[in-house]
Design a protein around this ligand. Structure first.
Ligand code: DX5
Ligand code: ZN
Length: 216
């Protein structure tokens, strides 16, 4: 399987959201990445249900919803209702992660768990067979356009070995500072899905940039 590309809408022009989503529809992107921030778990606030609901009416790509919020259990059903295909919660925000993962799956969505840059991959060893996606943060969550943290390459390799050893089907997704320069080394380290915000929406030809990321 070729690796997947998930443009992050956070870096799009919000005044032209329909055009931006249409561009993603016409591209080789596999998922549309949507960053939900609550101003508590991360020092920023993004967008919420009314926006997702409208995005879902226009996007032809599965909605990959990244929840950077505390107590995500409260909103799982609601995110599913507005069209999330993948719901990813943060390891650091979940006291009962196993229960949260089961609730996401029960809602009908794929279940993802995200690790902040400081959180070791090792902490997933008792849950790795339950999750569909592991989202490794390669920047501190909260903002687009930050620089890639190099240690993510080593973490990706370590996670890939854990997945193989345990026979898990989990996909590895990397989020933050992904560029045309580091995409290949991530894929070589075992990464299955690349999120890209600024690299895609900040480029003069986003469709071509998505193509280049897809065939890096
Ligand atoms: C950061 C978000 C990312 C962000 C990535 O907290 O989770 O998805 O949009 O943006 P870039 O690719 O610009 O680092
Ligand atoms: Zn994200």
């Amino acid at each position: 399987m070729s690796h997947l590309i998930a443009p992050s809408l956070l870096s799009a022009n919000f005044l032209k959201l329909e055009e931006e989503i249409d561009m993603v529809n016409r591209s080789e992107a596999d998922w549309l990445h949507l960053d939900i921030m609550d101003g508590v778990f991360v020092p920023n606030i993004s967008f919420g249900f009314p926006v997702l609901k409208r995005v879902n009416q226009v996007t032809e790509k599965p909605m990959d919803v990244h929840l950077m919020i505390v107590d995500p259990d409260r909103y799982i059903e609601k995110f599913r209702e507005v069209g999330a295909s993948i719901i990813t919660v943060h390891y650091e925000a979940c006291t009962h992660l196993h229960r949260t993962i089961q609730a996401i799956k029960q809602s009908g969505a794929k279940a993802g768990v995200s690790l902040n840059p400081h959180t070791p991959v090792l902490l997933l060893q008792d849950i790795i067979c339950e999750v569909d996606v592991v989202l490794l943060m390669s920047v501190n969550p909260g903002f687009g356009g930050q620089s890639f943290i190099e240690n993510t390459i080593r973490k990706s390799r370590e996670l890939k070995s854990m997945i193989m050893e345990q026979g898990s089907d989990a996909l590895i997704e990397v989020d933050g500072g992904v560029t045309l320069q580091n995409a290949r080394s991530l894929v070589d380290a075992g990464v299955d899905a690349l999120v890209a915000g600024n690299t895609v929406f900040g480029s003069t030809n986003p469709i071509e940039t998505i193509h280049l990321l897809k065939h890096c």
